[in-house]
Write a protein that binds this ligand. Structure first.
Ligand code: FES
Length: 373
């Protein structure tokens, strides 16, 4: 094989005067590509065998479109809200994620099979040999490469195979739409829908219709409600607690949600007597004597701040070592967290059980785009 220079190949002609075919041929010569064998897979157009092959490829693309549509339908309309194991609709709830995976997986698989089948059944059989090049492509190569691509498309016969191009376009469009909706759909929410009572601003600790919200432990059984009283904690102790309303006692879903919610865990801390404390401006009287309650969700990236060191009154987040001073309204004193842990206002009812006087003083967890503090 001989190496061709642009000068030899052009033989004095201006590249702008060359047709697409000539440019494509030229590009191959410049790339030192030699076609050693080429044969059209369907030398006689329009045979029954060719049409059958075309329908097979189109079927894959049609499956891509159908499963892409099914994915979209599941994503938008399937009832995904939690249903407890005792409910008739628990299976429907359980099927949501598997169906998303199945429909999207089938759509991607069918698209891949369609492309594969097309290449196998319709691209010309070709054997080409190319010499290796070093360094960047010269300017003329860049001009010819586009022509080569178009030429490859033309010789592949894709232009006259309407059934395949239409089904492939439909399949890719529906699947692309499905993936786009999946990726972006979750963001299309109005955080202000519901005003100050919107989900982003409130937690299950917020009082509803004046009903008391008690502090309970998680014993492992949602129905085993163990309420917390001040004498349950020794000085310097910490306990993780969750919200409980009497009206939820028989409602398994509400009980589970309160125990598993991302914004419900609270650290109830009893400081040692005589510990000097600082109350936060605007949140005065949120503590109940030596008892302080803070959201357990770290304000850095949302890990549980599970460690309390009673000698230094420090709360430690194990993820990136942020530390908060429990005696100083859980203000951050070390590490990447920049905001204090949200504080829960505490009180004790007439029967001696801890209750929340209201919701947290600010949104729980890491900041989001429209937080007020
Ligand atoms: S999540 Fe707590 S320090 Fe990073």
């Amino acid at each position: 094989m001989t190496t061709h220079s642009p000068h030899d190949v052009l033989a004095g002609r201006d590249p702008a005067d060359l047709s697409r075919e000539e440019l494509a041929t030229l590009g191959m010569k410049l790339d030192d590509v030699e076609i050693q064998h080429t044969a059209d897979r369907w030398p006689v157009p329009g045979t029954r065998a060719e049409r059958r092959a075309e329908r097979q490829v189109a079927t894959w693309f049609a499956i891509t479109a159908l499963t892409g549509l099914a994915f979209l339908a599941v994503f938008m309309f399937w009832p995904w809200e939690y249903e407890s194991p005792g409910s008739d609709r628990h299976l429907v709830y359980l099927l949501y994620t598997p169906l998303l995976g199945l429909t999207l997986g089938l759509s991607v698989f069918a698209l891949g099979m369609g492309v594969f089948a097309y290449a196998k059944r319709f691209l010309p059989e070709e054997t080409a040999v190319q010499r290796r090049h070093d360094g960047p492509s010269p300017d003329l190569d860049r001009r010819t490469i586009a022509a080569q691509f178009v030429q490859a498309g033309t010789t592949s016969g894709i232009g006259r195979r309407r059934l395949i191009t239409r089904t492939a376009g439909l399949g890719a469009a529906v699947m692309g739409l499905g993936v786009g909706v999946f990726a972006l759909g979750g963001f299309v929410k109005n955080p202000w829908k519901g005003g100050d009572k919107a989900a982003l601003w409130t937690t299950p600790w917020a009082p509803v219709n004046g009903e008391k919200v008690f502090l309970r432990r998680d014993t492992g059984d949602p129905h085993d409600v163990s309420l917390v009283r001040p004498e349950d904690l020794d000085a310097g102790a910490m306990e993780t607690v969750f919200p409980f309303r009497e009206s939820d006692r028989e409602d398994e879903e509400a009980l589970v949600n309160a125990l598993r919610g991302s914004d419900t865990p609270v650290m109830l801390i009893r400081l040692r007597p005589g510990t000097p404390t600082v109350q936060r401006k605007g949140f005065e009287n949120f503590n109940y004597g030596d008892y302080w309650a803070f959201s357990k969700i770290c304000t850095h990236l949302g890990c549980p701040t599970s460690l309390f060191e009673q000698r230094s009154n420090r709360i430690l987040c194990p993820c990136h070592q942020s530390q908060f001073d429990a005696a100083h309204y859980a203000k951050p004193i070390f590490g990447p967290a920049a905001r204090a842990l949200p504080q829960l206002p505490l009180d004790v009812d007439e029967e001696g059980y801890f209750i929340a006087k209201g919701d947290f003083g600010e949104p729980v967890g890491p900041g989001f785009w429209e937080r007020k503090s």
